[in-house]
Design a binder for this molecule. Structure first.
Ligand code: ADP
Ligand code: MG
Length: 689
């Protein structure tokens, strides 16, 4: 998410005494572009080097420091090349072993030199030894540091000692002015920045080490608050910028919408009707909508999107729907086509698998406005697709796209900003909703369409594969169909493909007499389509698949799903997969098979999916097990990532930061600007998402 800042060549980095081009480049990798950034580069943790123990008092299990004289040092070539030194004090001797070493370390460990080594000791064959301890040369009688030693995040080619020295120098030389007025600081009980920053870099001897370590110390609170404040300010600025843009007013006469509703074989659920009304109200505004439609798997988001797209058409504009995979995009395409063809509206299909000629023809129709709707994968945002009258862009499974891709779709419109509707089956936990997602309006489909049947989930060990096969045979004999999901092989796509092919061969033989089909990500689009169609038509009994069926497939007669090595999948993914069954009239079963040696985390995750069927519940548990980092990572948000604040523990700070952001923007704008500039200088480009 780190973007090189514009004009780095002229950036103040070059002006730092002692910072050359190479060092500047490495600092830039850490997003440090000037002295102020250095000061905001805070320690990961601290080490206590204020004490030394005698060598014979070393114990394993925790890092300790000893001081002594090097008595011996040699490069050993037996086995792996390594540097082995002996260090001695009055009480005993310690072996120090370096498996990778630089000439400079060899010099540091020349016999007769005095060093302090800090590390975890363990009992070796000849007394205690430390592998790769931190080594510091000292003069005889040199005083121990009185403060904890900060340990900073660093990057290749930038030694811990080098960055520490740079920061140490800056703490003294660069004033960290507090832009927050004192009255506000006092009211919120915030430590001044000019105190907090030096304290975090150079904790005084009497500091509460535990509070520093767990970041509950007032100095940490201050920095976390400032960071959250910057995030809230950026969000609000992005919001204001969006309100300032012009979007087409999509307040059609409702004729097409009414016609579609009339034709549908079902009535909208209350939740769908509500969401649709919220979207309509946004579309009638002259500035772009930015709304998330959130609903569990199977809650019926597609029809809500279709209705919004029709609004655009009624109002004389175009609409586009983008989905992350070709299978999912195609399901949307087929569904929309089925709904809209009777109304005389044709939908263009845009995907990587189109021939050049097909694509050119589709593009031409969209460019002239002959076609008003497009559905596709990310091929939609590539050249030569143009949508000159794009009034509404819909993005399904929005978290699977990066911020740039969503922006690219938005920018397909000419002159105006289209309205954006994002869809997701993954609910956003509250703290995330308040921070990274605060600029989105949200509609929730909290009701499933009627007629869904509950799904029974079973956990079965790999060893009981035969029983599972018997179940599959039974289900198929009763005229029902089965999905068989192949194991994920993270480390190799080729291996994953091979596993799918092997599984298909194995099942075809073991389930003699039944029709067994295979779909995987490497198949040609039309082969995939034919197989899916055959399964949907009931010509195949079993569909062996990789996770390409994860989203969107809709075959009501399929009531059994087997997932192999379920422990390798993410919880959201398992939930999505499981949502493919339970769509028909008969009771559905999802069998999660698991391999032998399950880790405690894997066990905990399978328990969650076993016990819960509600997507919100699952997401909450997922967050608890994994922490929020991964949610955010997946979003690739343009909102500045939080380095210090923790969404799980700092909820109260988020509330306070949000209130203060509102207050500053209303009454003390220059303060807000200065704070943002210090933290974000040059990075605003990405915040427009
Ligand atoms: P998702 O929210 O997971 O994208 P879909 O839009 O694919 O869900 O809808 C799942 C299935 O439910 C589809 O077959 C769809 O046609 C059907 N459906 C949607 N809304 C209703 C409704 N109100 N009543 C009955 N079936 C519905
Ligand atoms: Mg969907």
């Amino acid at each position: 998410m780190t973007k090189a800042r514009a004009g780095t060549a002229a950036s103040p980095v070059r002006g730092w005494p002692g910072v050359g081009t190479q060092l500047a480049g490495r600092l830039a990798k850490l997003d440090i572009h000037g002295p102020q950034d250095l000061l905001l580069h805070l320690p990961l943790r601290y080490e206590d080097e204020t004490r030394c123990v005698p060598i014979d008092a070393l114990r394993g299990g925790e890092p300790m420091q000893v001081e002594g004289e090097v008595t011996d040092c040699e490069v050993r070539l037996r086995g792996r090349r390594q540097l082995v030194a002996q260090i001695r004090d009055d009480s005993g001797a310690l072996t120090v072993r370096l498996l990778n070493f630089y000439p400079q370390q060899q010099k540091q460990l020349e016999p007769g030199k005095r060093v302090r080594v800090f590390g975890e000791a363990r009992g070796g064959m000849f007394g205690f030894e430390m592998i790769h301890p931190r080594i510091r040369s000292v003069a005889p009688g040199e005083a121990l540091p009185t403060a904890l030693t900060p340990v900073y995040p660093t990057t290749a080619g930038l030694a811990q000692t080098a960055i520490r020295r740079l920061i140490e120098r800056s703490v003294h030389a660069v004033p960290m002015e507090d832009f927050l007025p004192e009255a506000i600081r006092a009211r919120l009980g915030l430590m001044p920045l000019s105190e907090a920053v030096p304290l975090l870099h150079q904790p005084p001897p009497d500091v509460d080490g535990a509070a520093l370590e767990d970041r509950s110390h007032p100095a940490w609170q201050r920095l976390k608050f400032e960071e959250l404040l910057v995030q809230q300010l950026s969000l609000r600025k992005a919001h204001a910028a969006r309100r300032a843009r012009t979007a087409p007013v999509l307040a059609g006469d409702g004729r097409l919408v009414a016609a579609l509703l009339d034709d549908l074989p079902f009535a909208l659920t209350g939740a769908q009707a509500r969401a649709s009304a919220q979207i309509d109200a946004d579309l009638a505004q002259p500035h772009p909508m930015q709304r998330l439609l959130q609903g569990d798997v199977g809650s019926g988001k597609t029809i809500v999107a279709a209705l919004a797209m029709l609004r655009a058409v009624e109002s004389g504009w175009q609409a586009a729907l983008m989905a992350p995979t070709e299978i999912l995009a195609e399901q949307h395409y087929l569904k929309l086509d089925q709904w809209l063809a009777p109304l005389g509206i044709s939908v263009e299909w845009i995907a990587g698998s189109l021939t050049k000629k097909q694509r050119a023809a589709a593009c031409a129709r969209l460019e002239t406005g002959e076609s008003v709707l497009a559905v596709g994968t990310h091929a939609l945002i590539e050249d030569p697709v143009t949508l000159p009258r794009l009034g509404l862009a819909v993005v399904d499974e929005q978290h699977r796209f990066g911020v740039r891709q969503r922006l690219a779709l938005r920018d397909k419109g000419e002159g105006v900003s289209p309205h954006m509707l994002m869809m997701s089956a993954t609910p956003i936990p509250r703290t995330l909703a308040m921070s990274y997602y605060a600029d989105l309006d949200v509609s929730v489909l909290d009701e499933l369409p009627p007629g869904r049947t509950p799904i029974v989930t079973k956990l079965v060990s790999d060893a009981r594969r035969e029983e599972v096969m018997a179940r599959v045979r039974d289900a198929c004999r009763e005229g029902r169909q089965t999905y068989w999901v192949c194991p994920l092989v993270e480390e190799s796509e080729a291996l994953e493909l091979q596993t799918a092919i092997d599984t298909h061969a194995y099942l075809s033989e073991a389930l003699e007499g039944l029709g067994v089909g295979l779909v995987h990500g490497r198949m040609k689009a039309d082969e995939k389509r034919d197989t899916m169609a055959a399964f949907a038509a009931g010509e195949l009994d079993v569909l062996v698949a990789t996770t390409v069926i994860e989203v969107g497939v809709d075959v009501p007669n399929a009531s059994l799903m087997v997932i192999e090595h379920a422990e390798r999948f993410g919880l959201a993914q398992l939930h999505q997969l499981r949502g493919r069954v339970g769509r028909g009239k008969v009771d559905s079963v999802c069998i999660l098979m698991f391999g032998e040696a399950l880790s405690p985390t894997a066990r905990a995750r399978l328990k969650v999916i076993y016990e819960h069927t509600d997507g919100f519940e699952i997401a909450r548990e997922d967050l608890r097990i994994r922490g929020p980092g991964e949610f955010v990572g997946a979003r690739q948000s343009g909102v500045p990532l939080l380095r210090y604040a923790d969404l799980e523990t700092d909820g109260a700070l988020i509330d306070a930061a949000r209130d203060l952001a509102v207050e500053l923007l209303a009454h003390q704008r220059p303060v807000a600007e200065r704070i943002m500039t210090r933290w974000l200088a040059g990075r605003e480009g990405l915040l427009r998402a």
